[in-house]
Every structure is written in C-alpha cells, then in structure tokens.
Write a protein that binds this ligand. Sequence first.
Ligand code: FAD
Ligand code: NA7
Length: 560
Amino acid sequence: MSTIDPDVDAVVIGAGFGGIYMLHKLRNELGLSVKAFEKGGGVGGTWYFNRYPGAKSDTEGFVYRYSFDEDLLREWDWTTRYLDQPDVLAYLEHVVERFDLGRDITLDTEVTGAVFDEDSALWTVTTDDGARFTSRYLVNAVGLLARSNIPDFPGLDAFAGRLVHTNAWPADLDITGKRVGVIGTGSTGTQFIIAAAKQAGHLTVFQRSPQYCVPSGNGPVDRAEVARTKENFDAIWHQVRNSVVAFGFEESGVEAMSVSEEERRRVFQENWDKGNGFRFMFGTFCDIATNPEANAAAAGFIRSKIAEIVDDPETAAALTPTDLYAKRPLCNEGYYETYNRENVDLVPIKDNPIQEITAAGVRTADGVEHELDVLVLATGFDAVDGNYRAMNLRGRDGRHIDEHWTDGPTSYLGVSKAGFPNMFMILGPNGPFTNLPPSIEAQVDWIGELVAHAERDGVRTVEPTREAEDGWTATCEEIANMTLFPQADSWIFGANIPGKKNAVMFYMAGIAAYRQQLADVAAAGYAGFERSTRQEAVNSENGGRTGLGLATGSRAGREA
Ligand code: FAD
Ligand code: NA7
C-alpha cells in the first residue's frame, strides 16, 4: 500500500448531458477537484457531433433538459415542440458557461486508457496527447449512442464523392442540389431523409429494414404556452420522475384488447394526431410493448397509415414493416410522405444487398450502380458499451473491461461495475430505457451522494460485489424478457453490429422503479457495495478490505 496524492480527486470522461452535470455535481456541489476530458472540439456530446440536416430531439423540448436547478429550468426558453440540434447544443453550452465548468473541461482530448492501481487505489488516466493524470474517482460519461457504427462495405474507401457518418457531420458539407444517397432508416436516417429530400437534387434511400414511424406533431410553441409550462414545472417534473418512460405524458393503464376495435382505432388516431413515438407506444395502451395481440393492433394501425399516405403501391409495400413494433419508437414530420416526392427513390436492400461502394456510388446486387455525390451513413452506433471497450479500461488485477464483458456488458444499477473500484458510469449498461436527461440526473445525483458519503467516511475504495452485479443483470434480463423488445433486432440488444453478442443492455421497468431501486440501495447502507477505508489500509499493510460502516458485502465471493 502506498499513499500518493492524486493529481485530482476525480476524472470525468465526456462532456455531454452526463459529463456536464457530473462535473457540476462533483466540483461545484461537493467541492472536489475535477478534470473532464472531451474528445470533441466542444461540449454537448450527441449535440456537438450530430449536425446532419434534420437532427433534432424526439423528446419534447420541455422535458429534454436538466431539472436540477430551478433558475436554469425557468430561464431557458424554447420555440418549437422538439428541439433542433443547434438549440440543444446552445443550451448545453449555456449550462457550461452558467456554472463556470469550461475551465475544467479539456477539449479535443480523447482518453485512451484508465487503469486502476491496487497499491495506491488510484486511477491513472492517459490521453491521446500522451498526458497522464491520477485520480481517486473515475466517472465515465462516454455516451450510449456515441460510437459510430461504420459497416464494412466493400470498396468504402473507393468512393470519390463525400462519405460521411451522421455522427460526424462536417461543418462545410452542403447537400443543396446534390445527388445524395443514405444508408439507414432508423431514427437518424428518417430525420435526415425528410430534411435532405427538401435540399438535395436527388435522394436515394437504401433501406434494409422498413420502420414503424408515427408523426411527431412538431410545430411552433408560442410564448404563452412556454409561460404556462414553466408555471407547471413542479408538477411536470414530479410526474416525469414518477413515470415509466419520462417523456412528459401519462402512460396508459388500459389494455388494448380490453376495449372494442372501434375504440382502439379511436385511441390510436387520437395519439397519431397528437404525435410522438413514445406516446404512441406507451400512452395509447399499457401493453403494446408486452402483449403480441396489442402490438399487432398498433402495428396494423401504422401499416394502414402507410398504405393511405404513400401514393405508389410498390413503394408503400416496401416501406411497410411486417415484424413486431418493438424497437425504440420513431416519430417524425412526414416521413412516409417524403416518398411521394419526385426526387426521392427507395432502394430496398434486404433482398438486393449493397454489393460494393464504387468511385461513382453504390452498386447493389442487381448490378445497378446508383451514382452519388454524397453518401451518408445513417447506420447508427455501437451502442452502450462501444466507447468503454474502445479504451484501455482496466480494473483490479489489470483486467480489461472486455474480459469482464465477454457475455455482453453488465453493471450494478447501470452506474458501477464489480472489479472497478471508485469507477462510475452514467448511462452504463443496464441503466433505464427512458427519455434520458431525467435518468442522467437520477444517476448523477445518486453517484454524487455515494461519493459524498465516501468522502465523509474516509473511504479508500468502494465497488459493487459480483453477486450484486449478477443480481442486477438477472433482474434486467427478467424484465426485458417480459417485453417484446428482445424479439426485434435493434441496437437496444446489440443486434445491429455484426458479431456483437446479443445481450440485455437496459433496465426496462421505467424511471420510477429505477429511482426506487437506487433509493432502496442507498437506504440500506449501499447494499451490494463493499468498501475499504483509508484508516483500514493504514492499519493493515495488506490494504485490508473488510466491510465497515456502510459496507454490506465482503470481498469473499468476488471473482479472482
Ligand atoms: P453523449 O452526449 O453521447 O456524450 C458523451 C461524450 O463523451 C461525447 O461527447 C464523446 O465525444 C465523449 N467521449 C466518449 N469517449 C471518450 C473518450 N474516450 N475520451 C474523451 N471523450 C470521450 N435521447 C433522448 O432521451 N431523447 C432524444 O430526443 C434523443 N435524441 C437523440 C438524437 C440523436 C441524433 C442521437 C444520436 C441521440 C439522441 N438521444 C436522445 C440520446 C442522447 O445521446 C442522450 O439523450 C444524451 O445526449 C446523452 O448524453 P451523454 O452525456 O450520456 O452522452
Ligand atoms: P439505428 O436505429 O441503429 O439505425 C441504423 C440504420 O442503419 C438501420 O436502418 C439499419 O438497418 C441500418 N444499417 C445498419 N447497418 C447496416 C448495413 N450494414 N447495411 C445496411 N443498413 C444498415 O441508428 P440511429 O442512428 O438511426 O438511431 C439510434 C438512436 O440514436 C435512436 O434510437 C435515437 O435515440 C438516436 P436495420 O434496421 O439494422 O436493418
């Protein structure tokens, strides 16, 4: 055991919604010295990188924000129901400035490694410029949809035009009048397609899987509505924190099959008219995501809309999904309508896959070469664990995170990991599946409280037991298996990345239940965590790790 003063108390990796609030919590509220690193050239995370035409939130603006500070909540206005990328970015930049956080954020700097040293109980963090820092705590706020998925299409390097991923949209790229191709029709692809169709000379959409998409109901919000909403913020946030998906509407308690077909259609139509994907899935009936019959009814309604909206029957058929309605629910402003435009072509690629990318464009298996000036990869993300595995992240005994996550990524409560002392995660694996800022706040607040306890009690290391982590993993699997989501291939379970182990990566019981779990664990003296104190370490030169005080676990039983 050695006692070395660390360079800082805590390192935070990432400066999106999660990292910004974590830095504020640790530095401004707990008084710790903190260094945050961000590989982007600015703060904002998702909202710094995703500058593609059409990029916007699919959570309504009044709940796509922080709620931790009353004044911040009331001073920031919005003018549209959903927030365009520049608006969210401006908001996050404002937060950084308002709480004077910028001076502790090092931009343009990627953390390449973070290694725990048993002897000193410190983390050594290395960055891509060769610098090294030691810290007692490490917080990963590296984003769950932040590592681009770039499929290995043959010939990708041969393309003579501009090749871009939506998560790295270059500032100088203007698609006006150009021949644009887009691969991918997820949330990102559909947003891009709608916007790009209005700018590009011609747009070719390469679609592997058709999507269920409902209207978003986007539009202007006037000052009176903003004022009314602000008046109501206490009630709104109380509801959000005690809801399931935290999207700012009441989830339905009615089972779809308990009402007549006519009533079901009325409810679907009402919510189609109101707009929002999560509202359509969770606000219409309570069992769309769990009961196959209810799911089929919702899917059938959306299919009937596609047939009504799309003029060309062949295109309509190609756009119509036949699988379960069980991916993250999409919403948009006129997605299916876009295919009625003269300048938009749909190329289904499930049965006619992309064979190669050529200098001129994309050649599909039928031999057709689709000529393009710009090729856009809207192919999504190596979600949840992608950015963790990209680092040389090593916990006890020098074991890399990959060695722990051979069967897929796991955690205790979505925020901590056995074998990684004093390390926390924001939106780590098996965190809540919700509108994300309220869940980020719940996690940051909880981590902050745990760190405050640790500081008060002279804790040297705090980490979950392997048993606690296994228990949480089993809970998340059990809950996910009660839903239909595992039956649809999507990033939620890692199915979008070839070779990625399919695994449950979310706690799907909702934010209220999640917050309750966090509160129960804290109230039980941080059940499932074990810790060692500095005093113990001084007393016992072997760095004794017996439980003390709040600790409920011992080291026994943890993996060697
Ligand atoms: P991020 O914003 O992803 O930030 C993580 C940061 O960590 C990034 O800036 C990254 O550069 C940095 N980083 C990662 N690894 C390293 C490293 N090794 N070294 C240094 N820096 C590193 N969620 C919703 O709830 N509602 C929505 O409407 C919504 N819309 C979305 C739209 C798009 C286009 C996308 C891509 C995502 C959307 N999301 C939405 C999810 C969104 O990611 C979260 O809401 C939220 O922004 C996540 O914040 P974060 O701080 O956890 O992660
Ligand atoms: P998604 O939802 O993972 O969508 C990616 C899209 O790209 C989807 O249509 C995929 O088809 C398609 N894709 C991925 N790889 C390929 C290959 N190799 N060939 C052809 N098509 C491919 O990512 P998004 O960015 O849209 O959304 C992710 C989340 O970010 C979203 O939920 C929001 O929260 C923001 P597939 O469906 O797999 O057949």
